[in-house]
Design a protein around this ligand. Sequence first.
Ligand code: DSN
Length: 428
Amino acid sequence: MDKTEPFYGPDFSQLVRQDPDVAQVLLDELARARGGLQLIASENFTSPAVIAALGSTLTNKYAEGYPGRRYYGGCEVVDRAERLAIDRAKLLFKADHANVQPHSGASANLAAYAALLQPGDTMLAMALEHGGHLTHGSKVNFSGRWFDVVSYGVRRDTELIDYDEVRELAIRHRPKLIICGATSYPRLIDYSVFRGIADEIGAWLLVDAAHTIGLMAGEAIPSAVPYADVVTFTTHKALRGPRGGGVLCTEELAQRIDHAVFPFTQGGPLMHAVAAKAVAFGEALRPEYRDYAASVVENAVTLAEGLAAEGMRPVSGGTDTHLALFDLRGLTDFQGLPVSGAEAERRCAQAGITLNRNVIPYDPEPPTVTSGIRVGTPCVTTQGMGVAEMKEIASIVAQAVRKPGAIASVSDRVMGLTATHPAYRREE
Ligand code: DSN
């Protein structure tokens, strides 16, 4: 090796030589991800450029504070990474202000609550069992312990958000904050209705767009930004960036949000992750990302129709987004036996299909069992799969769930798809 050549970043052979145990974990995980169908709705395959920024020497730099206003010396270079990320996020989402430092979606929510609420204040959010998130007031989460939480859900008949219930609860409980956004709600959310309700009672409106921000970035679904006071998001789902979070807000709230992220809830930002977020925002600003986002939704619709034809009932009748949720209670396997969400997850895993069991609204089963499964299309769409492959995936998933004895033939079909549409091709 040329000793004068600077070290720029990841050199996998160095890891293999120094720590073969950890190197093997990385290789095995890559083989697992490439060797099967990844249908977890909240995952994706980042670009090699995002991974290069993540695995860079920027991880070494402490940069508490914000660009131009740091509590450490030597930040003038990493400042450029954060300015790029902020400027690109503002452009991409047409937002007044962006904070790109939250380590995760949960951290972004913690900061947003810290900016808007005091402990003991009331928040109104979607129940976890109906598709919300742990940080929306679950009893096992800080949000459920520190705030007075009122929850809304979906209607039993339509499985759509009950906007009348949201309004009634808002008027009755006068929450200081209303939250919309979900983890297993397949349909579009009417942000204008939420805005109207928030205005009626003088509440802040927070949209947790962790799941859908990538679709908003690609304009495959309407943006929440014009309606919300604050939008929190993750960068690693359909947006296809590094694992991380972010916050968008109005100019009015910019300083409160920034103070709530640092120094109130976080210390030093992860500058390698901030740089990787800048790369991902740059990729999402390209015209081809719009095609990707549209294809993610088209694929989810096709996959949902295919699984419905196989006897799995799509909750709410289908999807408008990147994910679909299925009620398996009407399904029986080849022995005529019912299949729980947990059992379907296990059978799919055996065949190389990764998806997750999920509670469905009004689920009689506990979260460890569930009556449902959730599927999403961000990963398979990144692999270049389209409508024809979604039809094949629907058939494969149904076979895996209904005929666990036919694993060999299911695995062959999975391998057929992953061979023709590999994740992380060499030439990328
Ligand atoms: N864990 C994420 C999901 O899978 O939806 C939400 O935080």
